[in-house]
Design a protein around this ligand. Structure first.
Ligand SMILES: *Cc1c(COP(=O)(O)O)cnc(C)c1O
Length: 470
């Protein structure tokens, strides 16, 4: 591709992107495709000869696009959002064009220094005290793995990386059953083992870790000769928004010398609004906090921010300094690859810088406040609708419900049928969860362009589909 062609196709992509975004409301949210359908339309062998871009682009539109679920659709109410504000997409194009490896300060000085700055902007935006620094990871899963590895090395007096885990004392990590599966996987990958992830029961409407049981478990483990290493608390769990009492958990972590990691991957974005910060009161007592600006805030995927109280512990866990990577730079240079598991790093700070400047915190707060208010209104409407019940009340913009008409023996199967009907209709997209063993339909409001009338339309779709499947 020569320079003129690059210009042409870049412009074409930009035009396509704008048309795509503007046409989203006319498309079904979830891909309406069967497994294997798209693969069957893709060549089985790689081309020997160059193909013209016209054909490649046409195939993208004809073959790939029909198999896409549209995460930027304003009526995407499934999972959690993965927002990509247009301004962050523009930044991402620039990043892609430069395609810099941001592993060391010297391989990308501006990327490193901007990362330090935007992390501190976000620290202020979320109301975290000075003293937290941080790093942009690819995903919350990676941030949690980095935190678990730090817990492990700290508890083993930094001998785990060197000696391996066989013959070491048994480490213990504590969390509830409301945490994301990335916590389980971090425990597996770190070599700690699922049997040493102690599930502390939850209490109350927010499904918070029972602090008394937590402390009793720590004491019992110590008495058995196990080594309690850390606690993973959760603010806004994936299923129904389960949220721990961070102040209570942090007090126990401090008392017993445990490392505290807080997973606020989704809900963290809402903390730009001071009125929601009660959900993580006591957060200043955490050692590590992860939140995903690529979820609710609007930074194009991927962009996960990990705040760290003591980066030395993290760097001591993850830094490798072979000769060829030594930068011989001046003191104080940050090499962010020493703060994360992968070596190579994309320039993720630019889209945050563009996003925060183009919208300003006040506009982003307004968006999140709207989402929370609209989710609250919709939950009330569904609760008041005959034949429906709320399973969990809104935590920020997330709640769950189910359809409970008279005379249906298997309500789980009935609600699964309702969910399928809703998603096949295509106007909205919802996902499910299990709450205390019962099937529930999840609803979250969080897409960057969603309006109140999109949420009203969701009510129409849900109630009309409930009639149509009877
Ligand atoms: C989405 C989510 C994760 C996983 O995030 P990734 O960035 O995809 O790894 C972890 N925890 C919670 C609470 C989440 O909502």
């Amino acid at each position: 591709m020569n320079g003129e062609e690059f210009r042409h196709w870049s412009r074409k992509a930009a035009d396509w992107g704008t048309d795509y975004r503007e046409s989203l409301r006319e498309r079904p949210v979830r891909a309406q495709t069967q497994p294997g359908e798209i693969a069957a339309r893709i060549a089985d062998t790689p081309p020997e000869a160059a193909e013209p871009m016209e054909r490649i682009f046409a195939d993208f539109e004809e073959t790939i696009l029909p198999g896409m679920t549209h995460w930027q659709h304003p009526r995407f109410f499934a999972y959690f959002p993965a927002n990509a504000a247009p301004v962050s997409v523009v930044a991402e194009y620039l990043v892609t064009v430069m395609a810099a490896q941001c592993m060391l300060w010297q391989t990308s000085p501006a990327a490193t220094e901007l990362e330090t700055k935007v992390i501190d902007w976000l620290r202020q935006a979320l109301g975290l005290p000075a003293g937290f620094s941080g790093v942009i990871q690819d995903s919350a899963s990676s941030a949690t793995l980095a935190a678990v590895l730090t817990m492990r090395e700290r508890a083993l007096d930094w001998q785990g990386n060197k000696q391996g885990l066989s013959g070491q004392q048994r480490l213990r990590i504590y969390a509830t059953d409301q945490v994301h599966t990335s916590i389980d996987r971090a425990i597996w990958v770190a070599g700690i083992g699922e049997e040493n992830l102690v599930r502390v029961p939850v209490t109350g409407e927010l499904r918070s870790m029972d602090a008394e049981v937590l402390e009793a478990a720590i004491l019992a483990d110590k008495a058995q000769g196990f080594v309690p290493a850390g606690i993973i608390a959760c603010v806004g769990g994936t299923s129904v928004g389960g949220t721990d009492d961070i102040a209570a958990v942090a007090a126990i972590a401090r008392k017993h010398g445990l490392y505290l990691h807080v997973d606020a991957a989704w809900a963290g974005s809402a903390m730009i609004c001071p009125e929601f910060r009660h959900y993580w009161a006591g957060i200043e007592g955490a050692d590590s906090i992860v939140f995903n600006p690529h979820k609710w805030l609007g930074a194009q995927f991927d962009c996960s921010v990990q705040f760290i109280r003591d980066p030395d512990a993290l760097v001591r866990t993850l830094a490798i300094k072979p000769e060829y990577l030594k930068t011989h730079g001046k003191d104080g240079i940050i090499n962010y690859s020493e703060w994360s598991v992968p070596l190579g790093r994309r320039f993720r700070a630019l889209k945050l810088w563009f996003l925060l400047r183009a919208h300003g915190l006040e506009e982003l707060r307004g968006m999140i406040r709207n989402h929370v208010a609209w989710a609250g209104k919709l939950a009330k409407r569904i609760e008041a609708e005959p034949g429906f019940e709320l399973v969990t009340h809104p935590m920020l913009s997330l709640f769950s419900f189910r359809h409970t008409p008279e005379g249906i023996a298997d309500l789980d199967a009935h609600n699964l049928r309702l969910l399928e009907a809703i998603n096949e209709d295509g106007r909205i997209y919802l996902t499910q969860t299990k709450v205390d063993g019962r099937f529930a339909i999840r609803f979250q409001v969080g897409q960057f362009d969603v309006t109140e009338s999109d949420v009203d339309e969701a009510f129409e779709v849900i109630t009309s589909m409930a009639v149509s499947i009877r």
